[in-house]
Design a protein. Sequence first.
Length: 599
Amino acid sequence: MSLYESKNQQPSRVGLLLLQGLILLLFCIFALRFWYLQIHKGDYFKEQAMNNQLRQDNLYAPRGLIRDRNGVLLAVNEPAYALGIVREDSKDLDATLKTVSKWTGVELAKIKKVFKKSRRRVKPFEPLILVPNLTFEQVAVIEANALHWPGLEIVVRPRRKYIQGPLLSHVLGYVSEVDEDELEDDSGLAVGDYVGKQGLEYVLEKRFRGVKGRRQGEVDATGRRLKERILSPPVAGEDIDLSIDIELQALGGKLLEGKAGAVVVMNPDNGQILAFVSAPSYDNNAFTDGLSQKQWLALRDDPRTPLQNRVIQSVYPPGSVFKMTVAAAGLHYNLITPKDTVYCPGFTKLGKYVFRCWKRGGHGETDLEKALVQSCDVYFYKLGMKLGVDRLSEFAKKSGFGSLTGISLPHEKPGLIPTREWKKRRFGEIWHPGENLNFSIGQGYTLVSPLQVARFISSLVNGGRLLRPQLLAGEPAEEQSRLPITDAQRELIRDAMIQTVDSPRGTARRLRKKGVVVGGKTGTAQVVKLTDELKKMKDEDIPYKYRDHAWMASFAERGDERYVVVCMIEHGLHGGSGAGPVVKAIYDHLYSKKKKGNE
């Protein structure tokens, strides 16, 4: 027996099996890992490898253009530059962010906040926008140093430009960078996108936005682009033509310079809005560029409230403008006839309370036409007592007050037409008889917007149709309801408006224009109850905040050419002298000789 054949030198069978098992296990692990990498995760790692060489990113689509009714451009797009960071290419994120702060002047804390908020929504090999708007000087500095800071990338995208700036800010609104809530609600948005936040930009966001394109580029080890090709071109958003006449809009803006108020010019036959002016205004381009916190607070807290859209968001006591609605209600409920008269001594009494007419000496015997032409308060006090709150509220609501007009703008307010139930809920009190008198002259709790008044005046001259105000050119007229009066009753009020302009004693005689039929109604809406001391003051000596609001509601026609113009001047004192000159200047423009010759 040889030495190696000794029984004690034979290898252990158990050890061999264990060794073979370990080898088999190791082989299985390698095989499983190979399967995992090559088969299960093959597509993922292939994509990762391709991304090291070939990368895809978005091509931003320009928003649709906005033009006025005559084709004048109002909102366009211009190239803008943003700074993004591709995390996968950046060797030192902290140092890179500090450098970005130094170059752009943006606080490091703000840049880090943007980075932290956006990183979960942006892929590592796609640019994450750190600074949305760069100046040309900043772009030059970044481009000159890009080789030393891999991962930084200049992103070119279209930026909204509002050519008219503040003149149309309450109509167009503005765009601004998308926020978290909008990202959650809309899968088509990505970090750094711009969306409409106010005005038509907000309402028509989906039409304006367009569709992004895709681009594929070949990059080197430092992330620099070497070659690129377009996979799908971007599709621009829809172009929109407005009903607005920019010349008329500019005139309205100029006439309200230095004032707070609103002007509406409306085509009564189809509801098209030709001018929509709210003053003071703000520059909507500032939101596109990006407001600082300090700038935003200054704008928000401005006591002149430039962000407020006074055409649809501000509601005011209508004053004597409301008397046309009250007169229509009296005719509708057969409580008056055109020939019925009321004697006006300059006041009327209800119990121990005295309600005065604006004319101290009174108007004497007054019928319906005279009451409207000379705006006699006593006539309407008497009519208000006959009507009562229930009938007057019902009729006013059917005339379009106390509800939204439906215009395509956000945050419209419905105003207020009071009722017994409303007062009980609001104040826990019953309706008092004296409140009918205040209600009948457009005071008390009643609140309306300038656009509601324009829609009501339009219905008086278009056959009684309450139309939805339209801001887009070419939109068909949309009838919402009809005035609850007969054509004959409507013509009575319309004719009284014409006499208010033509009569020597008419309160709107300032609007007379040769060759044009003009009807109007002035309104002086009390803001606060004046003390005896304030009543003795001259108008110019009354503190601004205590002065009455000034209204002028009107229509004009020459042949088939008809317009409704409503102006409201906050604290403008008197309708005829405060709002009247604005309306007169607008009609002078609309019916100018030059315009007539070009028709």
